[in-house]
Structures are given as C-alpha cells and as structure tokens.
Design a protein around this ligand. Structure first.
Ligand code: MN3
Length: 201
C-alpha cells in the first residue's frame, strides 16, 4: 500500500502564537506531503516494500536495497519524523507524570534538561532535529542531521523538535533560539508521558 499523508491531528492554528497557522499549513501540506510522495516514488523500484510500515523500513535500513536506501533514509525519515512531531505538540500542557520525575532524576532538574535540549537544538548545524529519546532504557538527548531518524539507531523518541528553517523561518526568521524557547509551550507532556510509560512495558 502506498504511504499517505495523515491529516494534521488538530487545527492548523492550534499552536498559535508559538507556531503560527501559516507555518503549520506549509509545513504539513507541502513539506510533509513531499516526503511522503518521494518515499512512494522511491519504493516503486522495490514494490514489495510497500507492505512495510515506514517505521519498519527505518528500523532495518540494512534490509533496504542499496539503490533506494538513501531515499528511504531521507523521505521515509521525513515521513516518520513529521508524523511523530505532530503527535507530540499541544499548547499549554504542563510537564507532569513519571517522565517529569525521570527527567529531573537524569538531568538534575527540569531547567537543566531544558538547557541541554535547547543547546542540542540550537547548535545543530544546518538542517535536522533534536530529540529526547529512550536508548537502552535511558533518557538521552540526541541530534540527527537532515531527516535521519533516531529509530534507525534503536532509540525510542519521546520529544522531537524540527530545526529545519522551514519549521520556523516565516515567523522567527533567523531567530532559531526564540523558536526553541517557545517550543516548550507546545510540548504535549501528557502524550510524552504515555510514550515513556508504554516504552517501558
Ligand atoms: Mn519539517
């Protein structure tokens, strides 16, 4: 089955004023759609791979024929990473639950976590993502370049921030740090806690 762009799970203006409606429209309807289309184009060369979910492709990149592997990394990653990103965004949810306790334990305090995560997002050179993941059962902050996905390295994503310019340039222009600061107002901590709890099972 070909991959389809899932609708954004909430209205485009839900994250205003932190992430503006126009950015969400372009980001989801144009950028995300292009990754999905290009993933489908790449898989046409090996149509048996249409049976796999995008996660399954990214979990086991070695099983992808070399001729399309980089395209799957780029466009499969772009498809999956954006699906994940939309899923953990919601305005004005306070950090809570076991993930909040675990963050304080691992990073020393919530402020320390926020600083480390923001540094990772700020210092990523060029286009890519910063993540909070569970790797080997431990919380870890990661950077990935381009559309590389942490799930290809055995990590379980809990939080993602897209720091490609297309994610923030309309509203923030060159002020990536301001976008990152405001991102903390749109993390759906309830969802992040759910992901944390289910990844421990
Ligand atoms: Mn993006």
């Amino acid at each position: 089955m070909t991959h389809e762009l899932k609708p954004l799970p909430y209205p485009y203006d839900s994250l205003e004023p932190y992430i503006d409606k126009e950015t969400m429209e372009i980001h989801h309807d144009k950028h995300h759609r292009t990754y999905v289309n290009k993933l489908n184009n790449a898989l046409e060369k090996n149509p048996e791979l249409f049976e796999k979910k995008v996660e399954e492709l990214l979990w086991d990149l070695n099983s992808i024929p070399e001729g399309i592997r980089q395209a799957v990394i780029n466009h499969g990653g772009g498809t999956y990473n954006h699906n994940f990103f939309w899923s953990i965004l919601k305005k004005d949810v306070n950090p809570e639950g076991e993930i909040f306790e675990e963050i304080k334990k691992v990073f020393g305090s919530f402020e320390e976590f926020k600083k480390s995560f923001s540094d990772a997002a700020t210092t990523l050179f060029g286009s890519g993502w910063a993540w909070l993941v569970l790797k080997d059962g431990k919380l870890e902050i990661m950077q990935t370049k381009n559309q590389n996905s942490p799930i290809s390295n055995g990590a379980v994503p809990l939080i993602a921030i897209d720091v490609w310019e297309h994610a923030y340039y309309l509203k923030y222009q060159n002020k990536r740090p301001e976008y990152i600061e405001n991102f903390f107002n749109v993390i759906n901590w309830e969802k992040v806690n759910e992901l944390f709890m289910s990844s421990k099972e």
